[in-house]
Design a protein around this ligand. Structure first.
Ligand code: SAH
Length: 459
């Protein structure tokens, strides 16, 4: 094969038309078949681009001047959108974001999974695609005016002060602002990462969307929290609905946020929230879905796909704090949940008790080891639900599912590429993909969630 010539070189100024957008939101342009990735370019737009770097098969550039605008281009809401790495699609209208995610899912299922025949339903978007995140977690720094808190500038550890994050619940912005002001007034200093000195490292705010309860977590480098009494007094006076104030000590030189020692310094150890009618206890360190409204939409779909009558045994693999398991338990005979993080399983058990759910059992371990072992013990699932991390299911687990022959598999995924790969393996093992439903859980970002239904093909 003839060696492909790279048609551009560094610092070239060229005119391109964008054809596509990558899964992380960069524009894709072709120059004589050679691919250039250019941040912010949208399909259909023409732009003058400067080439920044070339590799053998692809290169990178930046827009110098946009020559035409996509119908989906819009003005980002955040003044700091360009610096913060949190959102990738604020320059795209919400309609455009949903179109982009839909197309991405369809393309990936066809290309990686050879699943062109599978119906992909229109993505379910949010009614209001802003102010949805229920948890803020921000590093603290200091300048001439006092404490600052926000996010690290892209590619560095320089803290940019943030007044409001538009994908956050407003309450969490209030918590962060009040903590900054009160701590500044009391002369509490920020932790200095370089000198490994100072006090306040991180502020975390958690909010129960249904209950409106608020938790404040303060993480310090020091064992003591200076001016603790005044600090607590002012926080409870100024933060509406605060139910819990937690102090965590992290004296290590590390990027890990939490240290080992956690003390509830005021109020309750938990706040509560509901997804549907299932109640969840949220502690300082427990995992909880950040968009509970769309989580309900996603899990309702998973429940619908599971088609439970009350007679089924269900396995929920990668169950976390048991969110899906508890949702399903109300409609199933028995649910077995398995998850690798011990603390999450402790939370799952507590949440089962909290909801008087007695037909859900939870186990700590690797899904790919525990489920084959269950199978050997004679546990036979009618429905298997999986909700793995981005890398998808372990092959050993997929093989066990194929051997176990459940009637249905409900696959919840945060990564279309690994979903497509795993659906293909399961299809080759005797299952058929019936339908796929994308759900937008993370508006303004490129992330997309999906739920797929598979049925066993009867021999
Ligand atoms: N279904 C859960 C969250 C799923 S996120 C919910 O809705 O809350 C994926 C989960 O898989 C994480 O909790 C992670 O800790 C867990 N995990 C990762 N690898 C695993 C493995 N090999 N076996 C079991 N669980 C695993």
């Amino acid at each position: 094969m003839a060696k492909q010539q790279v048609p551009v070189k560094k610092n070239d100024m060229i005119e391109v038309e964008f054809q596509d957008i990558t899964h992380d939101g960069a524009g894709v342009a072709k120059v004589n078949g050679y691919t250039l990735f250019v941040p912010s370019g949208l399909p259909g737009e023409k732009a003058k681009v400067k080439v920044l770097k070339t590799k053998k098969n692809y290169g990178f550039g930046k827009v110098i001047e946009r020559l035409s605008d996509s119908e989906f281009r819009t003005t980002p809401q955040c003044p700091i959108y360009g610096q913060c790495g949190g959102c990738q699609l604020q320059h795209v209208s919400y309609e455009g974001q949903l179109n982009f995610k839909q197309k991405q899912v369809e393309d990936v299922l066809a290309r990686i999974g050879h699943l062109k025949h599978v119906p992909v339903h229109p993505i379910i978007g949010m009614e209001d695609p802003w102010n949805y995140r229920n948890k803020a977690q921000v590093p603290v720094g200091e300048n001439e005016t006092g404490l600052i808190a926000g996010f690290y500038q892209r590619g560095s550890h320089r803290i940019i002060d943030m007044k409001a994050c538009h994908i956050q619940e407003d309450t969490n912005d209030t918590v962060v602002r009040v903590v900054k002001e009160v701590a500044t007034d009391l002369g509490i200093h920020a932790y200095d990462e370089k000198k490994h000195r100072g006090v306040l490292r991180h502020i975390i705010a958690k909010y129960g969307r249904q209950t409106e309860e608020v938790m404040v977590v303060l993480i310090t480098n020091t064992k003591d929290l200076p001016h603790k009494k005044q600090l607590i007094e002012q926080l409870i006076e100024r933060i509406p609905n605060v139910k819990s104030i937690v102090h965590n000590v992290n004296s290590q030189r590390t990027n890990v946020i939490f240290g080992k020692e956690t003390n509830v310094i005021w109020g309750e150890p938990y706040i509560y929230d509901y997804i549907g009618d299932v109640k969840f206890a949220i502690s300082a360190q427990s995992f909880y879905q950040v968009n509970p409204v769309q989580t309900k939409v996603l899990y309702d779909k998973a429940l619908e796909y599971a088609q439970l009558t009350g007679e089924e045994t269900v396995i929920d693999a990668y169950c976390g704090i048991g969110t899906i398991s508890l949702f399903l338990a109300k409609k199933a005979k028995k649910v077995y949940g398995v998850e690798i993080v011990g603390q999450a399983i402790a939370d799952a058990k507590r949440n089962a008790r909290l909801n008087n759910i007695e037909n859900a059992e939870f186990f700590v371990g690797e899904a790919e080891k525990v489920i084959p072992w269950w199978y050997k013990q004679g546990i036979q699932a009618d429905v298997i639900v999986v909700d793995p991390p981005r890398k998808g299911c372990d092959e050993a687990l997929l093989n066990t599912i194929i051997e176990m022959k459940p009637n249905r598999i409900v696959y919840v995924s945060c990564n279309p590429a690994t979903l497509a790969r795993d659906l293909r393996i399961l299809e080759d093992g005797g299952f058929e993909t019936k339908e796929v439903q994308p759900v937008d859980m993370f508006s303004q970002t490129t992330h997309v969630e999906l739920v797929a239904l598979m049925s066993r093909i009867d021999e």
